[in-house]
Design a protein around this ligand. Sequence first.
Ligand SMILES: [Zn+2]
Length: 119
Amino acid sequence: MTVNHDSAGSIPAARAILIREAFNMKIPKKVKVGGITYKVKRVDLIHGGTTICGQCDCNRSAIELLNSSKKQQMELTFLHELLHTIFYHCDIEQDEHVVEALAQALYMIIKDNPGIFKD
Ligand SMILES: [Zn+2]
């Protein structure tokens, strides 16, 4: 499923693509953390009647993101779940508040410094 919530407006197509590449996180289908490949799936996530944005199952090496999330929410959730895998890999105690604070901070830095690692 391709979700595109961009509002490129009247920006010429080529420039719009450049802007998209600079600002958009590409959520991969797989992500490798500490030598382990995690599958990233977009699914309907309902637990006990409650819809959740994402979850990480380190034992199954799987990250699941809510299919119907808006782009920004999905990117933030991806970082959040990715941080859970990093904490798992580094044997750091999982702490929702720390994970969420780091996810928000990382997301802000990635968005405020587009193309930070580009040559
Ligand atoms: Zn969490």
